[in-house]
Design a protein around this ligand. Sequence first.
Ligand SMILES: [Zn+2]
Length: 901
Amino acid sequence: MPDQTLPKTYNFKATEERIYKWWLNNGYFKPVNDPNNADFDPEVKPFVISIPPPNVTGELHLGHAMFVAMEDLMIRYHRMKGVPTLWVPGSDHAGIATQLQVEKSLAKEGLTREEIGREEFLKRTWAWKEKYGGIITDQVKRLGASCDWDRERFTLDEGLSIAVREAFVRLYQKGLIYRGPRLINWSPGLKTAVSDLEVEYAEEPGKLYYFKYRFVDSEEEFIPVATTRPETILGDTAVAVHPEDDRYKGYIGRKVLVPVLDRQIPVIGDDYVDLEFGTGALKITPGHDPNDYDIGQRHGLQVISVLDESARINAYGGPYAGQDRFEAREILWQDMQKAGLVIKEEPYTLKVPRSQRGGEIIEPMVSTQWFVKIQPLAEAALAAVKDDKIQIVPERFTKVYYNWLENIQDWCISRQLWWGHRIPVWYCAECDQMTISRQDPTACAHCGSKNIHQDPDVLDTWFSSGLWPFSTLGWPESTPDYEYFYPTTMMETGYDILFFWVARMIMFGLEFTGDIPFDTVYLHGLIRDGNGRKMSKTYGNVIDPLEVMNDFGTDALRFTLLVGSTPGNDMNLSIERVEANRNFANKIWNAGRFVISNINISPVKPLAEPDWTLADSWIWARLQSLIKDVERLFQNYQYGEAGRQIYDFFWSEFADWYLEVAKLQLAEGGDRAFYTIQTLSRVLDLCLRLLHPFTPFVTEELWGHLKLASQDHSDHLTPPGGWPEALILAQWPESRSEEGWETEKVAHFNIIREVVRAIRNIRAEKNVQPGRRIPATLVSADYSEILMEQSTSLSALAHLDHNQLTILDSIQKKPAGNIALVVGPVEIYLPLMGLIDVDEERSRLEKDLSDTNAQIERLEQLLASPFTDKAPQAVVQKERDKLRDYEDTAKRLKKQLEDFG
Ligand SMILES: [Zn+2]
């Protein structure tokens, strides 16, 4: 429940937690149309998002804050539109990350996981998960996430484990999973295979080493070759040259000697070789380089792995066996120098593969692992996007997606870890066959022997998260949730995990459910610091979202993230911006407080039909046009721009202008006051609805006060459809078509605003005391009537002396000793000449004229450009109207300059 009294200032600390609990306890986060309830209607299409599951032992960072804010916005918007919404929360067991945490804490006790054994280690890891797993969940809640927490899932929970088993067994039975030796990324420190996607390439200084590959049959002849990793020479199985390279093509088919080891290897021809790079000849190490591995496969070359699990040289390295790879690099190179095989060394910038976890250098190695045969899955995933079954926003990422799937390699799914889904394969000691099973078997499926043991490895974390959109809804069971909520609607995530995760969910969704897992993929950008630099601990520029929420409130953080983002583009985030948006939350509060505190001092009901003022009509028309624009922007995923427009309307039009005029109108009392408060409360209500998905807390709290005050005071303040229970459930403002009067009213009020603004500016420029009321003469052929009608507002807003305000259709000679201003069709004369310098005044008019001419030129260029054909008619017309106004202004300014003589 909102607080009963209306505090003077907005206190987010006293509000956020209370409001969140209130939403949660009232079940507002649950889908209104629930397939598990009796009144369920299967015909209504729901809006469903599966949350990108954060690592269970992770801590909230800005990346989380971004997706939570964005998804919560989408969910709240659809919920307010009356669409049944479901946002499924959960967390990921995060194999390596979590296991490392637990190993670290073991190390503090002087223990290793091997010492305590698998069972005890898993027990401890579960305990760790119980203890720390809730932290990230609480942090997600703090951001205001309106997830259905009763449907929260964890990738290692029972249902999801069944799903993983099912997926593995199905792929295996279809021949899409196999075990075998292949080149993979090996983490020597963690002693496990790691995903291609968990390897980051860092540019680091290194060397390019040039040396000789001598021919077997001629001591004098050699092929010059260059490498960045000399120790891999020990595993070379060929030297490749380009078949059309005149320098070397004659050597193809001859044999050369591996330095020091003197192993004989062939010279082969392959188009892959780049004639320009290094010496134009390439040493081929299929056991330790992915490109060489492919070349090796094409030519049937032997694959020699010279490293052991810790990346020390193994027996294949002859005299170097037992040495660390970097030590062997030095010693081998010295030995080659002694043997006269070295040509030269030169500095070279390397792309060093480093582990995302811990940063150690990753070694490409051949290892026996489990793989998914990805080709057939990738083809289906490509087709789903090509056939427009899935839309990727922004569209330019579609190409990236195609490119990745077209070049995809088989996916290594086994990891030499303990924390995760254990591979459901049992090996038989009697007959050597494998038993692959949904349930743990007690005997070999082939010979019945009880002497079987399960594969010790676990599955890549992304295997289970690839099933996320449907495993969380009950698949492989055909549960009511799965039947109704699947396929889901929206997959919203950072573009950096388009491949990691999104592509895999699409592949698995199509394979296992026969359906796309979601219709739309929305990709947001990464968050950089205020200067556009990547946030990193090294730069010390990391912004902690929890600190930001403590200092400025959740709404300020959310609004900054949402308004700063455009689909697929990185955004810069600075504390100053969050602070400015905290001020916006306060502005909302203060404006709202003004409205609410005036409700009970206005009449309870009107005596006559409404007689709307120009300001009433203007603010209403502007609000309607805002609602229409926001709707269009939301439909096009331009959430940030929508937020900016709501902000501008609320601050610069509603609070700065309408509220000022409303004060005068309220002071009139009677029907005028009644209709003013009705307008104020309607506009505030609708603004709070529009802002709710962006800044849910301050809007809910304030709206609660608005509702209470209105209900207490008058039925006439009830919005159409009545007061809903809570803002979170309130109907989203519907855009309606114009009634015909709007354009004119908006134009007229804009003239008033321009006149007031011009007078305020000149007063400030001339240092006229703020309270001093000054006389004025306004001249306009077309608008004198409007000016007359608005003279009270004009006088109040511009601090004019109402008794000395003259409004005329035309004027023969400008009043002596007056400063002249031109605002579109209105000439303004202010008797401030005594205060000013004539030359200064002339140069001011000249400057105004040159500014106006610059605007004219800009608009002429714009209207002569393709913009005129491409932009909507109404937008073009608006620019044309602006041009006409500027031309008008220029004419008047010229005339005034002439008057100066
Ligand atoms: Zn057997």
